[in-house]
Design a protein around this ligand. Sequence first.
Ligand code: ADP
Ligand code: MG
Length: 385
Amino acid sequence: MMILFNKTILPGSTIGIVGGGQLGRMLALAAKAQGFRIAVLEPASDSPCGQVADVEVIGAYDDREAIKKLAEVSDVITYEFENIDAETLRWICDQAYVPQGPDLLAITQDRIKEKAAIREAGVETAPYEVIESAEDLIFKMNKIGYPAVLKTARGGYDGKGQLVIKSEQDLAEGESLLNHGACVLEKWIRFEKEISVIVTRKPNGETAIFPVGENIHVENILHQTIVPARISTGLQLRAVEKAQQIADSLGLVGILAVEMFVTEDGNIYINELAPRPHNSGHYSIEACVTSQFEQHIRAICNWPLGSTELLKPVVMVNLLGEHLDELYKEIPALTDWKIHLYGKKEAKIKRKMGHVTLLRDSVGEALAEVDASSIWNGVKEKIGG
Ligand SMILES: Nc1ncnc2c1ncn2[C@@H]1O[C@H](COP(=O)(O)OP(=O)(O)O)[C@@H](O)[C@H]1O
Ligand SMILES: [Mg+2]
């Protein structure tokens, strides 16, 4: 079958999403505003995306029968997280319209391929080495130097599958990560700030880039995104340029989040890529003319990309399971906070249940208000420490 990669998908068509989490849900809500229908593939029914979809296909992400069913009811297929099976995606690409193609996912699923692709784009990563064995680790540790971080090449998220190596004593622990397969060993970057740049690109090369977000992590989970990021305009421009370079080099179609470290002396290192809407882009729902979710839909449907103009300074704060009790108490007073909840049934500790967005005249004002709230009481000590 001949598949065109610049087919325009019109309202009334069905967008199939592999993955039923909150990213799928917010993609679906954005798409529905424009008259699209949504089908979702997820192992369980009534998922965050399933709740707002027109069609739920129940099945594992690598179940070819199930993904075929999704393709049968969809005019275009996308995915909402990167740990779906790349081979299954490749297989369905041959028989359905998947404008993102199979390669981007395969690259970003594997830190070894991902880092190579970033460097190929001419952009800097932290110094790193590929590690295959315990002996390899000891040998290459000498090149990288302490402190460093060992990351499994595949399957990590929210800091899982990572070991910070501060001294020789930590090396033995590396073996348990290596049991899961190859790893990358990275130099520890003493960054001043973590930022992210979200870029969307169409098959014809048209690109739109969202304002740079400043990200605060707590225990490896994103806590806040602050926009505009509190870095110089010059640094922001350089960060945007790097995202553009990576998008062009990859021949990106759809959305890509680029996580970066900024050091005190003004160097920017790319940390990792995510080929999907990103938690650090949730602020765009209310703070930009076009949200990251709408923009991705526009890109894969071959619509003109929307304006990414920032309407107001903004702070986005995540709501984890442990924050919900306090949130519910405060809701009556929060009339100008935008509250998003993802419809997840069980509020587990550290599980992302929702987020809030505060648009204010300055990020300082928004941050002071968040600081004064009791919702994140437990978090404050962890940021300080
Ligand atoms: N080389 C590094 N130097 C300093 N901090 C790092 C490094 N790698 C990761 N981190 C910290 O750990 C967090 C999680 O690492 P990351 O590679 O983004 O994995 P994940 O897939 O879990 O998001 C980063 O946001 C950053 O705060
Ligand atoms: Mg990350």
